[in-house]
Every structure is written in structure tokens, then in C-alpha cells.
Design a binder for this molecule. Structure first.
Ligand SMILES: [Zn+2]
Length: 102
């Protein structure tokens, strides 16, 4: 349990670093109305963020781990704000595990 919590805390702070780095690079923005972070889809900004992760990872973190953290954050966010999405756009909703019909 303590191990899990420590690892969780470490990955949380790394995730926060990744989000801050992505925001600084301009790769992600927060929706002004709702505060959800969304991807801007700017490849140059993304390259800047990944370059920062490679060249200047946080203290005690390897560059590959920092790059992975950036990619992790990107994998968890979409390019639209869920609250700005129109009802009926179901693509952004998490998939539910439906029982399989055999
Ligand atoms: Zn929004």
C-alpha cells in the first residue's frame, strides 16, 4: 500500500510537470469556459514540449520517462472540451463495456 501511494504520488507530480510543460509550449490549452484541458493539435508546439522533456527533464527523472509522461498526458486528453461538445457527439465519451452477444 505505501509503495502504491508513493508511486502514485510520483506519477502525479510527473503528470503535473508534463501538463505544465505542454501548456508552456502551447501544445495544450484549457477551455476558458470549463477548464478542461484540450490538445491544440499544433505539431510544432508538441515538438517543443517533447524537446523540453528530452533536454530538460525534471530532477530525478530520465528523459525517456519525461517523454513518456508527455505522451501519457496527451493520450488522456482530446482535442475538444467535453463540455463544449454538442450532445450527440458520442465519440469523446468513454466506452462502456457492453456484454457480448454470442
Ligand atoms: Zn468547454
Amino acid at each position: 500500500m505505501p509503495t502504491t501511494m508513493t508511486r502514485r504520488a510520483a506519477s502525479d507530480s510527473l503528470a503535473r510537470w508534463a501538463i505544465a510543460t505542454l501548456r508552456e509550449a502551447g501544445a495544450i490549452v484549457a477551455c476558458e469556459a470549463h477548464g478542461w484541458i484540450r490538445e491544440r493539435g499544433d505539431p510544432h508546439a508538441l515538438a517543443r514540449a517533447l524537446g523540453a522533456a528530452r533536454d530538460d527533464p525534471p530532477r530525478g527523472v530520465g528523459s525517456s520517462e519525461a517523454v513518456a509522461a508527455i505522451e501519457d498526458v496527451l493520450g488522456g486528453i482530446g482535442d475538444t472540451c467535453p463540455d463544449c461538445s454538442q450532445p450527440g457527439e458520442l465519440e469523446e465519451l468513454p466506452r462502456q463495456d457492453l456484454p457480448q452477444i454470442k
